[in-house]
Design a protein around this ligand. Structure first.
Ligand code: BG6
Length: 517
């Protein structure tokens, strides 16, 4: 048991055994399509490595990389050897880890490629003793989802054994479709060879520690539930701001924009976690059903409400972190007259018993002054002030802030007396940061998600109905923004500011304001 420093106000109770939900990852082979790509190098392999060195991976596993590049197995291992040696931590585990890496050059469009893959898999399954369980991870552009999944299906690689001991899981990255019709079409095509129980749609926000903590905070504590409703909560703000610009993803981003890139998935998922009813159990069906009910209760946008409730902006040249940066239209690969939004904000209303009349304000954008993601629950003000001449409006509204990143933790603002002979009061912030409480940095979202996939647990993955609903909620806004005669024109903001002035107006007209970042 560790002794608590008297100054250590925030700490986990070490005198009690932790309550952990077991994640039972099973032996399996992980086939990564797009194995030489950015996501594999930056996220997937580092996440697997962290799991490996903490002995969380199953005893028997292997990674089979597939990509167009003609690489030898050694070349493939070398890519990660170099990338991860540069990071310098835990390199003593690296060789053992890379021994499980294999590679085949793969032409996604070629029907002959899939039987070859099948033979290679069988060979590896025998030598690595993974029991025929397989994860097919699509770390590829969306246009390759269908050729690959159909190729796998035709080669019999989507089949599972009747007793479920030999499973085949398909992991699909976002974007899942580019609008409602294409998402529905994709779902239908996938269903030709894959059951919904085999499909793991990733929204990496659901794997973030601080996002998972929303549920623990809400449903493992009694104090919040009684005030978590329209009687006590004035409004909710969900913010994801980034200092980065579009970077090297011009092609994708020109087709997407902030709404499709961030709102259709991460933002609506976070909203659903804040607003959902308590599920009876933390299981995939119960948990995902409650999220669905929230999405179903969102008031549909229409022509008039879009002008009132939706704002879009695009960054122009400016300064971030003291460095001059280009405007979006000057970025490589971006059209000089691009109308794509790099910031968006929505006022979302949820028409149900708990949330009637409580606005959820969502904002997200690129090239803001800094990177910050948080959810702020802003409570109503006290109904009467006994501290005349202070009015209730002059007393700070209690605000609970769930800090998602880069700071990870929580904060609560309370009105408190300042020590002294006079009766002075002011807003007091109680903040805690996980970094001060835990020795290790939080695991990356992909670690948790990969592990859950190996444990056949779909709880933190998105089901097809959620994707469909999220698209249907946003479709009117997307269509209105594509219409040159639409009512909410694109606004501009210099890089380094948190969106255009119209973002402020969205709240000001409701007598509210965004939290300062
Ligand atoms: C991705 C978006 O899904 O999420 C990116 O495509 C965005 O545009 C990223 O930058 C943000 O994720 P994170 O984990 O860095 O907040």
């Amino acid at each position: 048991m560790c002794c608590m420093d008297s100054r250590e106000i925030v700490h986990f109770d070490d005198s009690r055994a932790d309550y952990c939900l077991e994640v039972a990852a099973e032996d399996c082979g992980i086939v990564i399509f797009g194995a030489s790509g950015d996501l594999t190098r930056r996220k997937l392999v580092p996440a697997l490595f962290q799991l490996y060195r903490r002995s969380l991976l199953p005893e028997h596993f292997f990674v089979l990389g597939c990509a167009r590049a003609q690489l030898s197995q050694d070349d493939f291992r070398d890519i990660f050897r170099k990338a991860m040696s540069m990071e310098g931590s835990y390199v003593e585990h690296l060789e053992g880890f890379l021994q499980r890496f294999f590679y085949i050059g793969f032409d996604y469009a070629s029907p002959e490629a899939y039987p070859v893959l099948s033979a290679k898999l069988k060979e590896l399954e025998d030598s690595q003793e993974t029991g025929g369980r397989r994860i097919f991870y699509l770390s590829t552009p969306p246009s390759l989802i269908l050729p690959i999944t159909e190729g796998l299906g035709r080669a019999g690689l989507s089949q599972e054994s009747a007793k479920g001991r030999q499973w085949a899981h398909l992991v699909v990255e976002k974007p899942f479709g580019h609008d409602q019709a294409s998402a529905t079409a994709l779902t239908e095509s996938l269903s030709q060879y894959w059951q919904e129980s085999q499909i793991y749609r990733i929204d990496h926000y659901l794997g973030k520690e601080t996002v998972q903590n929303i549920l623990v905070l809400r449903f493992a504590n009694l104090v919040f539930e009684s005030v978590w409703n329209r009687q006590f909560i004035d409004h909710v703000q969900i913010t994801v701001g980034e200092a980065e610009g579009v970077g090297s993803r011009a092609n994708y981003y020109e087709q997407a924009g902030a709404l499709k890139d961030m709102f259709q998935n991460h933002m609506l998922q976070m909203l659903a976690l804040v607003a959902m009813e308590p599920p009876a159990a933390f299981t995939a069906d119960r948990y995902r059903d409650e999220k669905l009910k929230v999405l179903r209760a969102i008031r549909p946008f229409n022509h008039e409400s879009i002008a009132e409730c939706a704002v879009r902006g695009q960054y122009t040249a400016g300064e971030v972190d003291g460095q001059p940066v280009r405007g979006y239209r000057e970025e490589t690969g971006i059209k000089a007259d691009s109308e794509v939004e790099t910031t968006a904000a929505l006022k979302v209303m949820i028409d149900n018993w708990r949330w009637e009349g409580v606005p959820f304000y969502l904002r997200s954008g690129k090239r803001w002054k800094r990177r910050v993601s948080e959810i702020a629950i802003v409570f109503r003000r006290v109904p009467h002030s006994m501290f005349g001449p202070m009015t209730p409006e002059q007393l700070a509204a209690n605000t609970l802030v769930l800090k998602i990143q880069p700071a990870e933790g929580m904060g609560l603002t309370l009105e408190a007396k300042r020590p002294g002979a006079k009766n002075c009061m002011s807003a007091l912030s109680m903040d805690f940061d996980y970094r001060d409480v835990c020795k290790e940095a939080s695991p990356d979202a992909y670690e948790r998600l990969l592990l859950d996939c190996m444990a056949s647990d779909q709880t933190l993955f998105v089901q097809k109905e959620e994707v469909d609903l999220a698209w249907s909620i946003l479709t009117p806004v997307i269509e209105s923004w594509q219409d040159p005669k639409g009512l909410s024109p694109l606004q501009f903001y210099p890089a380094g500011e948190c969106g255009p002035k119209a973002l402020e107006d969205l709240l000001e007209k409701d007598g509210r304001s965004w939290r300062r970042l």
